[in-house]
Design a protein around this ligand. Structure first.
Ligand SMILES: Nc1ncnc2c1ncn2[C@@H]1O[C@H](COP(=O)(O)OP(=O)(O)O)[C@@H](O)[C@H]1O
Ligand SMILES: [Mg+2]
Length: 364
């Protein structure tokens, strides 16, 4: 059997690159299915270190990467900004799921937006921007307002500047550190949606329900499941996510974010090949949650039912919000998840709460 086609039965060890809350919740789901997890992360005090074996080393440390590969049966990652070269090194020793080519597509907005458009998936109008002159040309072509986004390493709105007036171009280019970027036309959206797809080793795929996301200070604040939208729009979002996952030959999870414009058009915004904050509601409201689907896919197991047995509203606990934990614990229908982070810095995701509304109409 080729190394990439291997099924890892329960009892095996899953290597996870990245030690944040997504790695932590993946490790907890894996433990329930009888797996061990080993986290590789360069940051001390990583939330996932508390619940799994760990290697504290840089992503460029080839010796540490090789030792890590020797200690695990399969490798995955919980965030996409791992150097693709490091993942390529690991792939020589052990199956890496999803494969490094998926990372390369998702970690650069220029490649990612090109990927969508090549599949005839509509996005906001955009142009690659490689230098200051290119920014001027892109702004002239697209018009303003537009948003300048670094091609790499952006998250929670970091590395983004909105430009309303041509006189702001110099300042915007300096603000993103004069790095490769995209300029994207501002979308007057009615709402934002996302959907998470799981795709297994055999190519079978399942899709969770489409949700609505509301942001505060560019950070996800609330996810509403299901999104209050017309069924044809939800189906369209799911079909796009399923098609993208198939095209990437993905093994694992893919989250795709969308805008619904004020005239009802669906535009893909970005994608992430890993568990996603907007999928946390599935932990409490679905028969199989995104973390278990992730573990199943990465280990080559059959996927579970994504059926939503309850409607849900997930709220992130950011910074001092975490102090509400005692009230939340006393609230009927609320499920509390804390990430074990010591310091509640402003903007830091400390946990989340999912408020459930069970559905009487559902046959399991
Ligand atoms: N072209 C756009 N038009 C309007 N709002 C945008 C646009 N691009 C991003 N935003 C807003 O900023 C948020 C973060 O942008 P996004 O591209 O998802 O980057 P990231 O989540 O990686 O920081 C989006 O969820 C949306 O609220
Ligand atoms: Mg986003």
């Amino acid at each position: 059997m080729p190394v990439d086609a291997k099924v890892i039965p329960p009892g095996g060890t899953i290597g996870i690159i990245g030690g944040g809350q997504l790695g932590r919740m993946t490790a907890l789901a894996a433990a329930r299915l009888g797996y061990r997890c080993h986290i590789y992360c360069p940051e001390t005090d990583s939330p996932a270190f508390q619940v799994a074996a760990s290697t504290l080393a840089s992503y460029a440390d080839e010796a540490a990467l090789t030792a890590f590969a020797a200690a695990v049966d399969v490798i995955t990652f919980e965030f996409e900004n791992v150097p693709a070269e490091s993942v390529r090194i690991l792939s020589r020793h052990v199956p890496v799921r999803p494969c490094w080519r998926v990372l390369e597509t998702a970690q650069d907005r220029i490649v990612e937006k090109g990927f969508f458009n090549n599949m005839a998936i509509a996005t906001a109008a955009w142009r690659p921007v490689l230098d200051r002159a290119g920014l001027g040309a892109a702004a002239a072509e697209l018009g303003l307002p537009s948003i300048l986004k670094t091609a790499r390493f952006g998250y929670d709105g970091k590395g983004q500047v909105r430009i309303d007036d041509p006189r702001e171009l110099d300042r915007a280019w300096a603000a993103i550190g004069e790095r490769p970027a995209i300029l994207e036309r501002f979308v007057p959206f009615e709402r934002e949606l996302s959907v998470v797809v799981a795709r297994g080793l055999d190519g079978a795929a399942v899709c969770f329900d489409v949700v609505e996301n509301r942001h505060r200070n560019h950070i996800l604040d609330v996810t509403i499941a299901p999104a209050p939208i017309a069924p044809h729009l939800a189906r369209q979002a799911q079909d796009i996510a399923l098609a993208a996952a198939a095209k990437l030959e993905l093994v694992g999870l893919l989250a795709v974010e969308f805008f619904v414009t004020t005239d009802g058009t669906l535009l893909a915004n970005e994608m992430a090949p890993r568990p996603h904050n907007s999928g946390h509601w599935t932990m409490d409201a679905c028969l199989t949650d995104q973390f278990e689907q992730f573990v199943r896919a990465v280990c080559g197991l059959p996927l579970g039912s994504p059926l939503r047995h309850s409607d849900a509203v997930m709220t992130n606990l950011i910074g001092d919000d975490v102090n509400q934990w005692l009230d939340i614990l006393q609230e009927p229908g609320a499920r509390l998840h804390l990430y074990g982070k010591a310091e509640a810095r402003p903007g830091r995701k400390m946990g989340h709460v999912t408020r459930l509304m069970p559905r009487a109409d559902r046959q399991l």
